[in-house]
Design a protein around this ligand. Structure first.
Ligand SMILES: C[S@@+](CC[C@H](N)C(=O)[O-])C[C@H]1O[C@@H](n2cnc3c(N)ncnc32)[C@H](O)[C@@H]1O
Length: 418
């Protein structure tokens, strides 16, 4: 049970709740139905008069956890409880002014659920959360997607963690197909991103929507499979600033303290090896005319460097009190909180685990920039630091994810990690 100062604050809270279904004002609760009925009967008139009037239509619903309750039993329950409240308005099953819930908890194991519930709550619905948004923005019906498009519900949760509010400047440095930008734009952020993959940014190459055929001519969706088209699909295009092809390892930004929120899903090297622009060859051997139109070669981008770059970048380019939100893959056997990459200007304010399998999880890390780079003594360490060797070397997590081979399963579309 949660305590709120008033109903207004509940409504405000639930306008941002992606996972919460319904908030109800608890009128009575206890380990037996009889004790709950007694409490309902004893409710003061001053309280019940808010909803027990001739003008107020009402309806009752039964929710059971850990056991299925048949329809006739549900009706019995409703009759048993409703007589204890002096409801005198009309019943409206479709659109009642007040909706009352009987919630019965039969424990976590439906196979051995007891005859009687462990605990019973009776409450009045106050408001609902935003779970429908996961459906509204589902990648299943999205115009432009790729193999690594982030699930809509997680994207919205990430935007929430970033505290995205209207008119904030939100940036995703590993933008891919822009799922995180869609979520940030939903909450009113102005969004921008970059990605090293020219095909993704320009919406060319093979399409995930047409079973690997080229984008554009073969898809019914026209030749604009790109992030802007997604924004148009959701009528969020007025929030779209731009995306560009750029290697995150090579900084292109001049103005510091620019972004309000950096939200991103960096590559872990599981589907594809992590790359950045560079080479071990000597470029001065190239003649001037070969440099024009030259496609630079890439080299391995170690995860340790990706996360250090991400924190160093955030410390520099986030405004004060701006937030960085990103996924960090961890090896369950040796994880501890001090393995989270650190920076003197950033502090971890949230860390939630999503289990992937027995070996690996990923953690949604939220950091806040609590001091500017200028405030730090230049003699002090102002670079990101990682106190574990987990992310060192090329394809560190990939080697743990595919212990027996180099990752031939990486073409499997059901891989949860990227
Ligand atoms: C996990 S995906 C991001 C998916 C994205 N959140 C979406 O919903 O589509 C990681 C992205 O990082 C990009 N990437 C990999 N190396 C990069 C680099 N050095 N600089 C910028 N982007 C890079 C990849 O091309 C890929 O699109």
């Amino acid at each position: 049970m949660l305590k709120f100062p008033n109903e207004e604050s509940v409504h405000k809270y639930m306008t941002r709740s992606i996972l919460g279904r319904t908030v109800m004002e608890v009128l009575a609760h206890g380990p037996t139905r009889a004790s709950v009925c007694e409490q309902l009967k004893a409710l003061p008139v001053a309280e019940t008069s808010r909803y027990c009037s001739e003008e107020n239509s009402f309806c009752w619903r039964v929710h059971s956890f850990g056991k299925k309750i048949k329809q006739d039993k549900r009706l019995d329950l409703i009759h048993q409880f409703m007589v204890n409240l002096p409801l005198i308005g009309r019943v409206d099953l479709e659109n009642p002014d007040d909706l009352f819930y009987i919630c019965e908890d039969y424990g976590p194991n439906p196979n051995s659920a007891p005859e009687e519930p462990f605990y019973v709550y009776v409450g009045r619905k106050v408001t609902e959360g935003q779970r429908y948004l996961a459906h509204q923005y589902s990648v299943k019906t999205r115009h432009f997607i790729g193999n690594t498009s982030m699930d809509a519900q997680l994207s919205l949760i990430m935007a929430n963690q970033g505290g995205v509010k209207p008119n904030m400047f939100v940036f995703d440095p590993f933008v891919g197909t822009g799922s995180l930008l869609v979520a940030a734009a939903h909450f009113g952020g102005y969004v921008a991103g970059c990605d090293i993959n020219v095909n993704t940014i320009h919406g060319v190459g093979k399409s995930s929507r047409s079973f690997g055929k080229p984008r554009g001519e073969v898809t019914l969706r026209g030749n604009d499979e790109n992030i802007l088209a997604n924004m148009r699909q959701y009528n969020l295009h007025d929030r779209y600033l731009d995306v560009m092809v750029s290697d995150f390892a090579l900084n292109v930004w001049r103005k510091q303290e620019l972004f309000d929120v950096i939200v991103t899903d960096p590559p872990y090297g599981i589907r594809e090896k992590t790359r950045k622009i560079g080479t071990n060859k000597h470029y001065d051997e190239l003649e001037d005319q070969t440099l024009e139109g030259h496609i630079p070669s890439t080299m391995s981008y170690h995860l340790a460097d990706i996360f250090k770059d991400l924190l160093n970048f955030s410390a520099r380019y986030l405004r004060l009190h701006g937030r960085l939100v990103y996924w960090l893959p961890v090896v369950n056997a040796d994880y501890s909180d001090d393995h989270i990459p650190q920076h003197p200007c950033l502090k971890v304010i949230a860390n939630s685990e999503q289990k992937i399998n027995m070996t690996i999880s990923r953690r949604l890390i939220t950091m806040e920039k609590y001091q500017s780079m200028q405030n730090i003594n230049p003699l002090d360490q102002v670079e990101a630091e990682i106190k574990t060797r987990t992310y060192e070397g090329s394809n560190a997590i990939r080697k743990i994810y595919f212990p027996n081979n180099s990752g031939s399963q990486s073409h499997n579309k059901s891989l949860p990690l990227t």
